[in-house]
Design a protein around this ligand. Structure first.
Ligand code: 0A1
Ligand code: ZN
Length: 850
């Protein structure tokens, strides 16, 4: 009864559930291969239903028996679930099933990770636990009894009773099944508490398995308390239970999960110590803890009507965690980081065969839609809405949203309606952001005469799969004008573009200004603006908007890299001097300077070349990037040691933004310095580092110049016992291997005794490392493609979700030459032709092949 035939599900086919659930009682009798799940569910007919069919989802369950109102029944069982001709009146349904957590390698439903029982139910994993209407618009109050020979037994909500070998939990807040969670194991907690502003004392715990991770919990706890305080201050949202548990698990498909009162985290997304985690890890952990905590209101109290509305909770929650990180650290740096992520992942998605709207209108497997488009572009859409309505009305709209929809399973229409009701705006055109896929191109032309400057703007969104024609979107375009001295003559103004072509005028100027367009990245678009390099250099030196200042440098670098590829250009001193000026400017935040120093990635250059009508050759791109880095290093030769010394951080390590910024610039300088000194300074930093940021930064600098053999061995000897650190060791070697050795390096690591195909973090370390090594993955031999295909075919029967996510490595294939395309097609067809391929992977490979 495996692999039911794939079925496409359409947003337009939504119908309300036939039955609603008032309460659920679950009893788990835990056993590694034979867990019994006994359910008692109070159903009643839904007055709004359009169908009366009683259907419960269920997958991979061993049916023991079922009853309705105490009388045994014989339901129709299929691979998808259970059907029965149920009463058209309230009734109690009971069922008993058996499941096998220890053989569940999909990491969905109830499974085991290093001796610990844990669950992952979003999106449709609850149906692997018991028969249930596994859809988010069925919300119910859960009571759970766990019986098992393990010291810690956790579920959602509050503990009600416990004894030797059992515990009972009750969650007073109605929730959809995807927020159900259970954890059982030998666990130890770091405990603390937080008192909400209305005086509720909340017990906080971060649970880990004993034996090494205990010292890595403190940072997460501080992040949790900061998140709780921030949501009260900024959104007026308080926590609503007496207990908040976080559990770290080693085997997890994603970052973390917002189960009500019992968040489950990939260990890598919560555990950190200065010796084992980098500054970037600390920042990411703080953001993920905030994200999952913020879901308590945006996701849990107000959930999604159906999975097409995923961006309702995810876009908003990402937006909230981005605001939080900006408040905790630096808004300018955060905005640049977010834009880089969006461009690298979401623009890439939009440009390829996997493009889809923020709210898709069909899917086969919802797990395949936890994407950069739903998450990151979803957050951008909210940022634009906030910019258009202003901060005050945004706050009012959010208050109305929480008031009006608390306890609801809501839709994007509900979300937009609160903004319409608060502002009186008509948001129908704006709503296209949710339904239209693709990245708009914004072409800018300018003219100036008699003191009036005009911006002629044109927007165009290229076709995407299934959407050939596009309509104009509402684009908030933040613009500022600078005079020839770099003074701002028109401060940031938000233009609201609604037509395909539109002109905006600025009168009363005393000379032709330089325009700074799309400040703070005010809309997720690609700007096409034929500025001269002198104008870009001017903005790099003078723009008062930090985002555009950085972006001017970025565009200069991208333009130069393209000219180096296409015209054999050599780096001009104008560019190099501009970079040097930023680097030496002590008034600028080191974190910002580090970002300016960072070149576009090879992936960025490949996409930029393709956009400009060329066929990118990853090997040439790799050469050119290395050449430019060397030029930069040589040009900055005299400055590098001084800046490196200036970036020394005194005192004990803290992961705060300020010292982290210094270390980021220090490491960026070290990477350049290594090109000149053969790795001398990097070897020194490696030997003396007392934190992972500097240890790893040094190792990276060495591997980049094909050195660091001894350091790699020393690193493994030092950290062999630490899974999370060893993931870095696996990833780094593959991602920085010379192009012709990347696949061989990955393959060699798959036979390392610590490689474990069943652990997603380790699998991603090796094959995610291969994927980001653009020249290596796309080496003309095709070895990278073949190796990844081999391993995806091996992984699919064990873990379809991670397989389907990793296959996206191939999504840029149409940009390459015919020979590479042919090799990728062969690899993809080999995957597609594998017998018993999962629905997840099958959907992805089908979309990739187009
Ligand atoms: N809602 C979680 C993401 C998540 C989604 C699916 C998962 O398993 C298939 C796990 C986590 C979040 O946004 O953090
Ligand atoms: Zn989320």
């Amino acid at each position: 009864m495996k692999n039911p035939a794939p079925q496409t599900i359409y947003l337009s086919d939504y119908t309300p559930p036939a039955y609603l659930v008032d309460s659920v009682h679950l009893t788990f009798k835990l056993g590694a291969t034979d867990t019994r799940v006994i359910s008692r569910i109070a159903f009643r007919p839904n007055p709004d239903a359009t169908s009366k069919e009683f259907f419960l989802h269920g997958q991979d369950l061993r049916f023991i028996g079922a009853r309705i109102d105490g009388a045994p029944i014989t339901p129709d069982l299929s691979a998808e679930g259970l059907r029965y001709n149920a009463p058209d009146a309230p009734f109690v349904f009971e069922a008993e099933v058996e499941i096998s957590p220890s053989t569940n390698t999909s990491l969905e439903g109830l499974y085991m990770s290093n001796g610990m029982y844990c669950t992952q139910c979003e999106a449709e994993g609850f149906r692997k636990i018991t028969y249930y209407p596994d859809r988010p618009d069925v919300m119910a109050v859960f009571t759970v009894r766990i019986e098992g020979d393990l010291p810690v037994l956790l579920s959602n909500g509050n503990p009600v009773a416990q004894g030797e070998g059992w515990a009972e939990w009750h969650d007073p807040w109605p929730k959809p099944a995807y927020l159900f969670a259970l954890v059982a194991g030998d666990l130890v907690a770091l405990s603390d508490s937080f008192t909400t502003r209305s005086g509720r004392k909340v017990d906080l715990n971060i649970w880990v398995r004993p034996g090494g991770d205990e010292a890595k919990r403190a940072f997460g706890m501080e992040a949790l308390k900061k998140s709780m305080a921030w949501d009260e201050e900024v959104y007026g949202r308080e926590y609503d239970l007496d207990l908040f548990n976080i559990v770290a698990v080693d085997d997890f498909n994603m970052g973390a999960m917002e189960n009500k009162g019992l968040n489950i985290f990939n260990a890598s997304a919560v555990l950190a110590s200065p010796e084992t985690a980098t500054d970037a890890d600390f920042e990411r952990i703080e953001a993920i803890i905030a994200h999952e905590y913020f879901h308590n209101w945006t996701g849990n109290r107000i959930t999604c009507r159906d999975w097409f509305q995923l961006c309702l909770k995810e876009g908003l929650t990402v937006f909230r965690d981005q605001q939080f990180t900006g408040d905790m650290r630096s808004h300018a740096v955060k905005r640049i980081d977010d834009a880089m992520v969006l461009r690298a992942h979401q623009f890439r998605e939009d440009n390829g065969p996997l493009a889809h709207p923020v709210r898709p209108d069909s899917f086969v497997e919802i797990n395949n839609f936890y994407t950069a488009t739903v998450y990151e572009k979803g957050a951008e859409v909210i940022g634009m809405l906030k910019l258009l309505v202003g901060d005050a009305d945004y706050a009012k709209a959010l208050d109305l949203y929480f008031d009006r929809h608390d306890g609801d399973a809501a839709t994007i229409e509900d979300w937009l309606r609160v903004f319409e009701d608060v502002t009186g705006r008509d948001l129908r055109q704006f709503a296209r952001w949710y339904s239209q896929a693709g990245t708009p191109r914004l072409t800018v032309n300018e003219s100036y005469a008699d003191g009036t400057y005009q911006l002629h703007l044109r927007q165009e969104t290229p076709p995407t799969p299934g959407q050939d024609t596009k309509k104009p979107l509402v684009l908030p375009i933040a613009v500022g004008l600078l005079n020839e001295n770099g003074a701002e003559v028109v401060p940031t103004t938000v233009l609201e573009m609604t037509q395909a072509e539109q002109t905006f005028s600025f009168a009363g100027l005393s000379g032709k200004p330089t325009a700074s367009i799309l400040r703070n990245f005010s809309a997720p678009v690609i700007v096409k603006h034929d500025k001269t390099n002198a104008e870009r250099a001017f903005l790099l030196a003078h723009d008062t908007d930090p985002f555009n200042r950085w972006d001017a440098g970025r565009t200069l670098a991208q333009d130069l890299l393209m000219r180096m590829v296409c015209d054999n250009a050599t780096p001009d001193t104008g560019f190099l001097n501009g970079l040097a000026a930023v680097l030496r400017d002590d008034t600028l935040d080191p974190a910002f300077r580090a970002l300016v120093l960072r070149l576009p990635s090879e992936e960025d250059t490949a996409q930029a070349l393709f956009d400009a009508g060329h066929t990118p050759d990853p090997a040439v791109i790799n050469d050119v990037h290395e050449t430019l880095k060397l030029h930069i290093a040589q040009h900055l030769q005299d400055t590098l040691p001084r800046i490196y010394a200036d970036m020394t951080v005194e005192g004990p390590y803290t992961p705060d933004a300020e010292p982290a910024g210094k270390r980021a610039l220090g490491n960026a300088v070290l990477a350049l310095q290594s090109k000149l000194d053969g790795g001398k300074a990097a070897a020194q930093q490696f030997a003396s580092a007392d934190n992972m940021t500097q240890q790893l930064g040094a190792l990276r600098a060495l591997l980049q110049i094909a050195k660091g053999e001894n350091e790699l061995a020393a690193f493994a000897a030092q950290w062999g016992h630490d899974r999370l650190v060893m993931d870095k060791w696996f990833a780094l070697q593959v991602s920085l291997a010379p192009a012709d050795q990347a696949a061989a390096t990955a393959e060699r690591l798959t036979v390392h005794p610590d490689f474990d195909i069943k652990n997603p973090n380790r699998f991603r370390a090796v094959f995610g490392g291969l994927r980001v090594n653009t020249a290596g993955f796309h080496h003309r031999s095709g070895a990278g493609y073949n190796l990844l295909a081999d391993w995806l075919i091996r992984l699919d029967p064990l873990n379809p979700q991670t397989t389907a996510r990793m296959i996206t490595a191939f999504d840029t294939w149409k940009r390459y030459d015919m020979e590479r395309q042919r090799k990728i097609r062969v690899a993809l067809e080999r995957i597609a032709g594998t017998s018993g391929l999962s629905g997840d992977t099958n959907e992805m490979v089908t979309r990739l092949l187009g």
